[in-house]
Write a protein that binds this ligand. Structure first.
Ligand code: DC
Length: 226
């Protein structure tokens, strides 16, 4: 077994609270934060802009080779840049939500993005959220968490986010979209969504963000003291 890496892996389905919790942890610990879902979202956005099918693996891998992605996490939040342009808002739009899991199901795309993610986390002191961080990207991460919540609560959280972004969607369509995305993310052969065997699983349905962060901090501190 290789040495543990100074990485906190936070995995879980859409709307489980991963990114909000991860950002808060990053602030408290003064570690960097990498949102790996944003990388799949950038590629999906670029494919939609370039009229490339989100299922055309070869073209998407070529597109990825021709794309730069950068993230900056500061006090004013996470900013995502694709080819030098700030796409932080565009990658959260509903049309990307609807298509991104198809892009993320392609093994050639995953292979390339996993490599990028491993390079980004190499230096340590990083919190990375996604679906396969504890299982594939950093199986040697020192800390692994898997957040979950009921479908209804996850859909409500996503619906609220979309409302705030002035997207015109119905609650039922968000439920359907999340169900569909979960099924694709769980069912794919390459890096499926599942908890790592050694992950700490937290159901966030009945907890506030603050409470989840506290629970995670307790686990981290307990492990640091052990
Ligand atoms: O976390 P998110 O909703 O931004 O993720 C967008 C999509 O990318 C979602 O369908 C799952 C997928 N994804 C993935 O397959 N692996 C990751 N490490 C992160 C996200």
């Amino acid at each position: 077994m290789t040495e543990e890496q100074e990485v906190i892996a936070v995995d879980g389905p859409a709307g489980s609270g991963k990114s909000t919790v991860s950002k808060e942890l990053a602030k408290r610990l003064d570690w960097d934060y990498i949102d790996t879902g944003a990388m799949y979202r950038c590629l999906c956005l670029k494919a939609l802009q370039s009229s490339i099918s989100v299922e055309d693996e070869d073209s998407l891998v070529d597109l990825l080779n021709d794309t730069t992605m950068r993230m900056s996490f500061k006090d004013d939040g996470l900013k995502v840049f694709m080819d030098g342009e700030d796409v932080s808002k565009d990658i959260r739009r509903n049309r990307v939500n609807q298509q991104v899991s198809k892009v993320a199901a392609l093994p050639g795309v995953r292979e390339k993005l996993v490599e990028k993610q491993q390079a980004l986390g190499e230096e340590g002191k990083v919190i990375m959220d996604g679906r396969d961080i504890g299982t594939v990207v950093f199986p040697q991460a020192r800390y692994k968490f898997y957040l979950d919540a009921t479908l209804d609560i996850r859909a409500q959280r996503r619906y609220n986010e979309l409302q705030q972004a002035s997207e015109d969607v119905s609650f039922n369509s968000v439920v359907e979209e999340i169900e569909e995305r979960d099924a694709t993310d769980r069912g794919r052969a390459s890096g499926p969504l599942k908890p790592a065997e050694d992950a700490c699983i937290i159901d966030t349905s009945d907890f506030t963000i603050e409470e989840v962060v506290e629970k995670i901090m307790e686990k981290i501190e307990a492990k640091q003291d052990a």
